[in-house]
Unconditional design. Structure first.
Length: 191
């Protein structure tokens, strides 16, 4: 296979059939302007040859890290099929139109949560969050819940894929696709 997106699709479909929960979960790793790495799980909401999309509060730690350093890493790990995919690339904000299109599909409670949560900030008490949820629920009681200006998505444009398959005795199979001016170059790595 010469196109890493085709191989991703093949593996992702298998994971969706066999992974018990959240086959769309991916670890997103960012690096702050101080050089501190940080990782967290998010859900993949869309992918194409343009990249891999997730949505979040842009004022969260990951949003701030991406604003300072758009180079990020993704990792999909599917224990059920003994495979993982590492992706390195650059994050770009999605269009407002795409963010709006996705936001309207979210449950009402999640939309209210996007308004109420000051993601990654210190929460003095759970009561403060509950009050914010009540406030925004009342605010939008009789009208559609619009997307907050600080809530959007990021598309990770890949520069590198590594497809890893678990094999006995830790002699795993590792195939890399790396983008250059001629397209995708592929090679194997020692386990």
């Amino acid at each position: 296979m010469t196109d890493p997106f085709d191989l991703f699709t093949l593996w992702f479909k298998e994971a969706c059939l066999r992974e018990e929960s959240y086959p769309d979960a991916m670890c997103v790793s960012t690096v702050s302007k101080e050089g501190q790495p940080s990782s967290r799980q998010v859900l993949l909401k869309h992918y194409s040859h343009e990249g891999f999309v997730f949505f979040t509060n842009t004022q969260s730690r990951k949003g701030k890290d991406i604003a300072d350093n758009p180079n990020v890493a993704l990792n999909f790990y599917w224990k059920s099929i003994k495979r993982q995919i590492r992706i390195e690339g650059e994050a770009h904000r999605v269009s407002d139109a795409l963010a709006n299109e996705y936001f309207i599909t979210r449950p009402g409670e999640s939309k209210i949560g996007a308004w109420a949560s000051k993601q990654s900030k210190i929460l003095p008490s759970r009561d403060e969050l509950d009050q914010a949820i009540s406030f925004y629920a009342a605010e939008f009681q009789d009208e559609p819940i619009t997307r907050p200006p600080h809530w959007s998505g990021y598309c990770i444009v890949p520069k590198l894929f590594e497809f890893w398959t678990e094999l006995p005795f830790r002699l795993h199979d590792r195939t890399v696709f790396q983008k250059d001016s001629d397209g995708w170059q592929t090679f194997k790595l020692y386990p």
